[in-house]
Design a binder for this molecule. Structure first.
Ligand SMILES: Cc1ncc(COP(=O)(O)O)c(C=O)c1O
Length: 417
């Protein structure tokens, strides 16, 4: 036996040597799908920020503390041995809290037993939803500029993204708008879903009731599902109001509402998010979710139930804190020569860099991170055609006042080329 084993080893060693010399075509082991997209530019900019010791205004994660109550709740859950798999589609306490809060915030009645899937972040909720609803040949309508995950998400789920432009405001106090006719043209018999992100990353647009009703009417006319990413639901400025698509007449049965803890509770690393959908769609999402990840972190889901029980003042303070940060960064950017598109929600500002005279957004972002010491995200990463974002970059202001001050100080050195 031992000898045979030895002989086997020898022969396999010979084989290994042989195979090592056999050239393997570069794409031999790879799925064609992955050739259709690159790694995240946003996450790459964070790595660049670390490399050049730059102030990271690229990726949207807070550099300040999460609320003490929820950190204690997480520690308590681990100490109480909530350390094994939670129910695949989410811990009961958290699902109950999500259903309760959707009632309070948006007057939407949700059955926590049948209509909620807790996932590893809203990122997983989005890809699980698209995998659960899309077939090859299906088309998904996406407003652009768009949060960069939606492109690869559509490709991975086999669907074809169809982009509709959001146009920047003409003057400084204006809003991002879309053309009704262009949106209508994007809908046809192949359209399975529209992805809608409000409050919006990267533009800061908060879709109005009239705009949502227009989208609703198209969804009803073409029998289309709305998949809404509402992760910035509580980060609103200037009296804007967040309206969930599912709260509109006729939409409850054809909307998947995606949300999560990352932004509202400043815990982007916890990876807890959820999808709320009618029962049949939820069953499909739950199946995909189960085989993708089994479940989100159990102790952090319990802490999530505590987070969703914070008093209403918490949300007012959150929005006001971000309003102050916005009003700190935007004037500093304007003073440095950027044209800023004033955000009405979320915690990003899209800017126009035409004045600096760079070839494109990528060369400008490289200069900014390497020579000025501030990381931003090149605008092209939010568009299908990079040329559309070649004169734009995005800054995140979910940072401490001193971080924003330091960024402003460095941006002061920005010489107009
Ligand atoms: C619009 C949008 N959706 C989803 C996410 C990711 O959310 P999560 O951390 O819940 O996966 C982000 C993060 O920046 C985002 O901007």
């Amino acid at each position: 036996m031992a000898t045979r084993l030895k002989r086997d080893r020898k022969s396999s060693a010979r084989k290994t040597r042989f195979h090592k010399t056999t050239p393997i075509p570069a794409k031999h082991f790879l799925s064609d799908k992955v050739s259709h997209f690159t790694e995240s530019v946003i996450r790459e900019m964070t790595r660049q920020a670390m490399l050049y010791n730059a102030v990271n205004l690229a990726q949207g994660f807070p550099d300040f503390s999460a609320p003490a109550e929820i950190k204690h709740a997480a520690k308590d859950s681990i100490a109480a041995d909530v350390n094994q798999y939670a129910i695949t589609w989410g811990a009961k306490n958290l699902r109950n809290a999500i259903a309760r809060q959707m009632g309070v915030w948006q007057a939407i009645t949700v059955d926590p037993e049948k209509e909620i899937t807790v996932c590893c972040g809203s990122t997983e909720a989005m890809i699980s939803t698209l995998l659960a609803v899309c077939n090859a040949e299906d088309e998904v309508v996406i407003f652009e500029p768009f949060y960069e995950n939606y492109g690869p998400d559509s490709v991975l789920s086999g669907a074809k993204p169809k982009f509709v432009k959001l146009r920047p405001p003409k003057d400084d106090s204006g809003e991002w708008t879309f053309d009704e006719k262009e949106l209508r043209r994007a809908f046809d018999k192949h359209t399975k879903a529209i992805i809608l992100n409000t409050p919006n990353n990267p533009t800061g647009k908060v879709f109005t009731r009239a705009e949502l009703e227009l989208i609703r009417d198209l969804c009803l006319e073409f029998n289309v599902l709305a998949i809404t990413d509402e992760i910035y639901e509580h980060i609103l400025y200037d009296g804007t109001q967040h309206i969930s698509m599912a709260s509109l007449d006729g939409m409850r049965e054809r909307t998947v509402t995606i949300n999560g803890m990352s932004k509202t509770y400043s815990v982007t690393g916890w990876r807890v998010g959820w999808a709320v959908a009618p029962e049949k769609i939820t069953n499909a999402i739950r199946k995909v979710h189960d085989f993708l990840t089994v479940g989100a972190p159990a102790p952090l889901q319990e802490a999530g139930a505590t987070a969703l029980s914070l008093p209403p003042e918490y949300y007012l303070k959150l929005a006001e804190g971000y309003r102050v940060r916005r009003d700190q960064l935007v004037p500093a950017l304007a003073a440095a020569g950027f044209r800023c598109f004033q955000p009405r929600g979320a915690y990003y500002v899209m800017t126009d860099i035409s004045k600096f005279g760079f070839r494109d957004d990528v060369s400008f972002s490289k200069y900014l991170v390497e020579d000025i010491g501030v990381a931003c995200v090149p605008g092209s990463s939010f568009y299908r055609d990079p040329r559309d974002g070649a004169k734009q970059v995005r800054f995140a202001f979910c940072k401490k006042p001193e971080t924003l001050d330091e960024a402003a100080r460095r941006l002061g050195k920005l010489a107009r080329k």
